[in-house]
Ligand binder design. Structure first.
Ligand SMILES: [Ca+2]
Ligand SMILES: [Ca+2]
Length: 391
């Protein structure tokens, strides 16, 4: 009898253990993603079939939502049941005791327009509060954060608003998103790591064409990623205020446009920039590619460590006097011809060889991604051939 009880207890404990993660299929098991989320428990995974899902999801559990591929499974946030709930996905942390992040992967989110809370419209694609979030092979595109009421004063994050949480974004693309004030792609009040991710063609009407961040606890890391062709008034790529630290490692900040701080607009933030390039960024005034401004009340001590990096285009301005250069960097007032990959002043056979050797490559391995669309392909070859130097 005792043995039987012990066995029953053991079985019960096994069943109640955390290893009981379920897989819920949409639409096979549940007709909508929302219905699957209702049925899910912490640790479960929801698998979503190909197609366009017109849903606005509210996640308060530690779950994983996996689609059938970027551009194959699409969550379109344009038709919310409640107008002010116009993000494709809202994630609220604090409901789960799990230390694992909420994961969204192999999906596209599009056409969201943000959640309106206290006069701030937040996160066209994803708005999250106090949550750990991991995005893998996710595309967020064509989200547009606009005022929803005449009293709305700010827009935070065309694609993503991370309020008080931690994000890791891997192998993803954020493109063609817009915010009417801050963070064309991402607003960060928390921390953010980008890995092998492309942020392109986003617009913030005021600050941070790609990313705006402003919390003292923010640690912002860009690893092997490209931030290209974004636009704002201040900080065409990044606008950073009073954050903890910035690290750019093997990152490309190319073709971004702003009135001031074409690539970077920031105060005295501890920064490390290594193996990165700043090319073809355009400041619309005489101002600089990198604008470092005085933060009132902060001692004028800047620690920006720059190594193995390339800077060209626009006025390099006065920011170089603030940096430490522990190993050689290249600074050019003008950028070379697009396609001159080895920087020898001509576009020729060696450059072509380099491009062909990178065919199909993405991320930091793709210096020949001339149009910065995230992959080395025929379009880049056309750019190179159009600029071929005749002798
Ligand atoms: Ca060359
Ligand atoms: Ca390309």
């Amino acid at each position: 009898m005792t043995r039987l009880l012990a066995t029953l207890c053991a079985l019960f404990l096994l069943n109640a253990g955390p290893s009981m993660a379920d897989v819920l299929a949409v639409p096979a098991d549940h007709p909508t993603i929302e219905a699957a989320i209702e049925a899910a428990q912490d640790g479960d995974e929801i698998l979503v079939a190909p197609g366009v899902w017109y849903e606005n999801l509210f996640v308060r559990k530690q779950i994983t939502i996996t689609g059938s591929g970027q551009g194959v499974t699409i969550i379109d946030g344009s038709q919310p049941a409640m107008f002010s709930f116009g993000s494709c996905v809202v994630i609220s942390g604090g409901f789960s005791k799990s230390n694992e992040p909420v994961r969204l992967q192999s999906l596209t989110l599009r056409n969201g327009f943000g959640a309106e809370i206290f006069g701030v419209v937040r996160g066209g694609g994803i708005y999250s509060e106090f949550a750990q979030v991991e995005l893998n092979q996710l595309t967020i595109e064509d989200c547009n954060v606009l005022p929803q009421n005449e009293t709305d004063s700010m827009g935070w994050g065309g694609a993503i608003c991370n309020y008080g949480g931690e994000y890791v974004i891997n192998d993803s693309t954020l493109r063609n998103n817009r915010s009417f004030s801050h963070g064309g792609a991402i607003f960060v009040y928390g921390s953010l790591v980008l890995n092998n991710t492309l942020i392109t063609n986003n617009i913030a009407d005021l600050e941070g064409g790609a990313i705006f961040a402003n919390s003292p606890g923010t640690e912002l890391e860009c690893l092997g990623s490209s931030i290209c062709d974004n636009q704002s008034l201040f900080g065409g790529a990044l606008s950073l205020e009073r954050i903890g630290s910035l690290r750019l490692e093997r990152c490309r900040l190319n073709g971004n446009i702003a009135r001031d701080g074409a690539a970077l607009h920031m105060d005295e933030t501890l920064s490390v920039i290594t193996g990165s390039s700043f090319e073809h960024n355009e400041a619309e005034t005489e101002a600089t590619v990198i604008r470092i401004f005085d933060q009132p009340g902060v001692p004028g001590v800047l620690l920006m460590e720059v190594s193995e990096s390339l800077f060209c285009g626009a006025n390099q301005g006065d920011w170089r006097e603030f940096i430490l250069e522990p190993s050689p960097n290249d600074f050019f007032e003008t950028c070379g011809i697009a396609g001159d990959l080895n920087l020898d002043g001509t576009v020729s056979g060696e450059d072509l060889t380099t491009l062909l050797s990178q065919w199909g490559a993405s991320g930091s391995e793709a210096s020949a991604d001339l149009n910065c669309d995230g992959v080395v392909s025929g379009t880049d070859l056309s750019v190179l051939l159009a600029n071929w130097t005749s002798f």
